[in-house]
Design a binder for this molecule. Structure first.
Ligand code: CTP
Ligand code: MG
Length: 244
């Protein structure tokens, strides 16, 4: 068997309220083709062989349901933890990282990576996941992103254009985002001390001044935010069936 040169952990924040979707539950539990979105997200992460531990942040009242979804989606046995979510995504991820900080399964003397992945992204392609891992191993941190193709406006509270933003160099980033575990943990602890929150993990890590490589993501790796996204996800699945 090939010697493992690193261990990979995954943290899935799944403790949101899904307010823009309006399903009355967190998005990880919203069904897509009969399976909860979290099932899809977990299943797609498991193509990584060196994934050794999974931590999911959940709302208190959904903890048991999330546990059951995990039991159904794990294709092989590995340590799994469900930790309490927090008020902001940043808090939920931090709870996951702190659980990992106390985890005794890390092997000394090899690299420890952590991938943070939204529960609301059901279609992570294996090919993208592999590219991200390779890049993170080479460069320390990697996130997928897509260059913005439309014209970008800043719009004021009255719905009027306040400015046109030069889109040159603007990307929208996706998950999974991969970092060195100890570096990301330290960055999160520092952010907590300063009371800072962010909408993605790279932003927290960026504050340490370390570089983050952005690699081309794929359009299909969508985040389900609204009803339209859910309809789009269903259409993607139908297309998949028709093509086989
Ligand atoms: N999330 C979390 N804890 C929070 C907020 C969000 O774990 N306090 C998770 C969500 O469950 C989701 C991911 O972070 O998997 C991305 O967040 P987002 O798409 O904003 O989901 P929600 O916050 O649930 O949705 P909304 O903003 O529409 O309420
Ligand atoms: Mg949110």
């Amino acid at each position: 068997m090939e010697e493992k040169s690193y261990q990979l952990a995954a943290v899935i924040p799944a403790a949101g309220s899904g307010s823009r979707l309006g399903a009355g539950m967190s998005k990880g539990l919203v069904p897509l083709a009969g399976r909860p979105l979290l099932w899809w997200a977990v299943t797609s992460l498991f193509t990584a062989e060196n994934l050794v531990v999974l931590v999911v942040a959940a709302r208190e009242e959904e903890r048991e349901t999330i546990r059951r979804v995990l039991e159904e989606s794990l294709p092989r046995p590995l340590p799994v933890a469900v930790v309490p979510g927090g008020a902001e995504r940043t808090d939920s991820v931090r709870h996951g990282l702190e659980w990992l900080a106390a985890w005794e399964g890390w092997w000394p003397g090899i690299r420890h990576l952590v991938a943070i992945h939204d529960a609301a992204r059901p279609f992570l392609p294996r090919e993208l996941w592999e590219r991200l891992l390779t890049t993170a191993l080479e460069e320390g941190a990697a996130v997928p992103g897509l260059p913005i193709v439309e014209t970008v406006k800043r719009v004021d509270a009255e719905g009027k254009i306040a400015a046109t933003v030069d889109r040159q160099g603007l990307w929208r980033v996706q998950t999974p985002q991969i970092f060195g575990f100890e570096d990301l943990l330290a960055a999160y602890r520092r952010a907590a001390e300063l009371g800072l929150t962010a909408t993605d993990d790279a932003q927290i890590y960026e504050w340490t001044g370390r570089p983050v490589r952005v690699i081309p993501g794929v359009w299909k790796n969508i985040k389900i935010t609204t009803r339209e996204d859910l309809a789009l996800a269903e259409a993607i699945l139908r297309g998949r069936e028709e093509n086989v």
